[in-house]
Design a protein around this ligand. Structure first.
Ligand SMILES: [Zn+2]
Length: 183
């Protein structure tokens, strides 16, 4: 495992199971591009474009389902899991994640990443990027929402989204501090 970048998904589930079984806490952050509501709502491309977008989500569905299975596996061993995706991600409407979220003792927090210093690396501007974190441990204090009176420019298109994909350091620190008491 690379402790800086984590593991790339998808990978062989059996390989991930072994890694999951040796960890006290697993944080899942599967690729979100395909699940963007903005992308799904695009009108361009007509029927063919819509089909391509649905096919993109279908191709990513196994990864979403695998995260849910691995999360349950961690929990069975008494370990902790967190799953992060944009608040507006269509992945939250996937059966596997709905079922996971419906279990007893599950927590859901929403943070706005501008409060943790997320910037568009292309433009340097702060980015709100509302983000949901689902977990089987409470994440006290991980609650900051945008309080910037002037608001922010929205992320436009894939380039901007990629430029704001990496967590700001302060969010990493806040997540660890929130999770530690539950481990
Ligand atoms: Zn803000």
């Amino acid at each position: 495992m690379d402790r800086n970048t984590g593991w790339d998904l998808p990978r062989e589930e059996t390989e991930l199971q072994a890694l999951v079984d040796s960890a006290d806490w697993i944080h899942f952050a599967p690729e979100c591009k395909m699940w963007s509501t903005a992308r799904a709502g695009l009108r361009g491309g007509g029927v063919a474009g819509r089909r391509a977008r649905l096919a993109g989500m279908r191709a990513q569905r196994p990864t979403i389902e695998m995260c849910a299975r691995l999360a349950r596996r961690v929990a069975r061993r008494g370990g902790a899991w967190t799953i992060e995706h944009p608040q507006s991600s269509l992945a939250w409407q996937e059966t596997a994640w709905i079922a996971l979220a419906a279990q007893p003792g599950i927590h859901r927090v929403i943070v706005h990443q501008c409060r943790y210093g997320l910037r568009n690396r292309r433009t340097g501007e702060l980015v709100r990027k509302p983000t949901t974190i689902l977990s089987n441990i409470p994440l006290p204090g991980l609650t900051k929402r945008c309080n910037h009176p002037a608001g922010h420019s929205p992320l436009v298109g894939g380039k901007d989204c990629a430029a704001a994909a990496q967590y700001p350091r302060r969010l990493c620190t806040a997540l660890v501090h929130a999770a530690l008491p539950g481990l």
